[in-house]
Ligand binder design. Structure first.
Ligand code: HEC
Length: 146
């Protein structure tokens, strides 16, 4: 009974949503050459936590799941925000591109809780190779410039 009331009450405490529809000039594809096929994979598998454009699932309106999702998005964006990549220092851009390649080859990204709920975010071997190659090439092109 009490837990039922708590459940109903916490539904009123919503997190602020991260869903700017605006495409920023600092988005990664405007900084390093990014084929559409790579951008599609990033959008489908990383952008919900690492950009200013999250597509929220219905269950994000159910607390406390919504809070956990909001926390992943907040922490994910602190570490890496594809929408604001252009505002990073050259040094940070290079280290993030290395981080992207590593997180994919180590299989730690996307987070497993996310893969559980978004089956289409599980990267195929081909997609992994494609993303790693892209991140390495992007890194090389930036280190030539800087
Ligand atoms: C469900 C949310 C979520 C998704 C989806 C997700 N990440 Fe993350 N990511 C996080 C969180 C949260 C962190 C912060 C570290 C931690 O708590 O594990 C993080 C950290 C990172 C880091 C930082 C590591 C570092 O050392 O700088 C990189 C790189 C990264 N993610 C890349 C990706 C890539 C690439 C994808 C898509 C293939 C992706 N992530 C998908 C939530 C997510």
């Amino acid at each position: 009974m009490v837990s039922g009331l708590v459940f109903i009450t916490i539904q009123l405490l919503r997190s602020v949503k991260n869903d700017s529809n605006h495409i920023q000039d600092s988005i990664i594809s405007k900084i390093v050459s990014t084929p559409d096929s790579v951008m599609d994979v990033l959008k489908n598998t990383c952008f919900d936590c690492h950009s200013n454009n999250t597509i929220y699932p219905w269950y994000s309106n159910v607390q406390p799941i919504g809070w956990l999702i909001a926390r992943h998005i907040r922490k994910g964006r602190e570490e890496l925000n594809f929408s604001e990549f252009g505002s990073y220092t050259p040094r940070r851009q290079l280290s993030k591109l290395t981080g992207i390649a590593n997180s994919i080859s180590d299989g730690i990204m996307p987070l497993s809780s996310y893969k559980l709920m978004h089956k289409n975010s599980i990267l195929s071997t081909y997609e992994k190779e494609q993303l790693i190659k892209w991140a390495q090439q992007a890194r090389d092109s930036l280190s030539v410039k800087n």
